[in-house]
Write a new protein. Sequence first.
Length: 119
Amino acid sequence: MNDQQHRVADCPHRELTVGWALHALESAEESPVAAHMPDCSICTATAVETEQVGATLGLSVPIAIPSAELEQRVLRVTGDRWVAPVVRSASGTRRARRITMTSWLRTRRAGRGRWPWSW
């Protein structure tokens, strides 16, 4: 099927193309769409437009920086919940290594700003 044979509204794969571009299709739906796209410039354009819109969605929301009070509350609640398993050292003795969420966050934040996700 080429572009002369169908209009945008007539392409049976157009709606699935949006799902394909968003990686939201089951594998059974994905294969026919992927096979159809090289022959249909309409679906190819739809996929490109969908990917471009998806890429800009994260930029449409203002960045909110959580308060210091919120950070302290989160660290208080999660501080000692992550504990690493007991490991054997090179000498064969067993020792427990305790890594808390608080210490992990502090290491992750080092040199990156206030929050671990601040790039």
